[in-house]
Design a binder for this molecule. Structure first.
Ligand SMILES: Nc1ncnc2c1ncn2[C@@H]1O[C@H](COP(=O)(O)OP(=O)(O)OP(=O)(O)O)[C@@H](O)[C@H]1O
Ligand SMILES: [Mg+2]
Length: 198
């Protein structure tokens, strides 16, 4: 069985989500597969907008809900941004998404798939990012203040004992690495971002 590790983060606002995306974009290698999950409006596209910007993509990254696949070739790595929301799982194989991580017809880059739960088969090794809006009954001790800068992703982690109200801008972000390459990536991410393991 492929080895897995998980980091679970709580962010208080949009800037902290952006900082995490920025930090991750700085360290991903070519060939990275990111599976994004979370309800409508949880922040998958928002995450990829900051991620793409940090890769050096200047074009505005839009939601691929209607285009299905958007390709950005101008950054440090190509970004293939995909959204499966409008498809049913049996329709997905006809997109031939594996071409993006085979490294033959397309240069290897980052493949990021929103609504990845629609994939009929999941690549054995990948990074899953699961965004959700926490429920109000969340424990006060789960509130953490990451104090990260949205653009550089740098900053310090500080603990807060205060109860944080259920603001619409807070999010729970799970980063789940499957396979040794992605486990190494998450460890590197943890070292850089001073992140809390739960
Ligand atoms: N902490 C946060 N992290 C991410 N997004 C946030 C946060 N706080 C507020 N937002 C807002 O939530 C919205 C998220 O929308 P977004 O389109 O990124 O969601 P999505 O998960 O891609 O939805 P869909 O499933 O429809 O594609 C944006 O308007 C964003 O500004
Ligand atoms: Mg989206």
């Amino acid at each position: 069985m492929t080895e897995t590790i998980k980091i679970e983060l709580y962010v208080e606002n949009l800037g902290e989500t952006q900082a995490i995306a920025t930090q991750l974009a700085h360290i991903v290698p070519a060939g990275t597969i990111i599976l994004l999950e979370g309800d409508l409006g949880s922040g998958k596209t928002t995450f990829m907008q900051s991620f793409g910007k940090a890769l050096g993509i200047q074009t505005t990254i839009a939601s691929p809900t209607f285009t299905l696949i958007d390709e950005y070739m101008e950054g440090r790595l190509p970004l293939y941004h995909i959204d499966l929301y409008r498809l049913e799982p049996p329709q997905v194989p006809s997109l031939h998404l594996e071409e993006y991580w085979r490294g033959e017809d397309f240069p290897l880059g980052v493949v990021a798939i929103e609504w990845a739960s629609k994939l009929p088969t999941v690549p054995a090794e990948h990074l899953k990012i699961n965004l959700s809006v926490p429920r109000p009954e969340r424990s006060p001790l789960s509130s953490q203040n990451l104090n990260l800068d949205p653009d550089t992703g740098s900053g310090e982690f500080a603990e807060s004992e205060e109860f944080v109200e259920d603001l619409p801008c807070d999010r729970q972000i799970q980063l789940i690495a499957q396979g040794s390459t992605y486990i190494d990536l998450l460890k590197q991410f943890q070292n850089k971002a001073a992140i809390l393991f739960v």
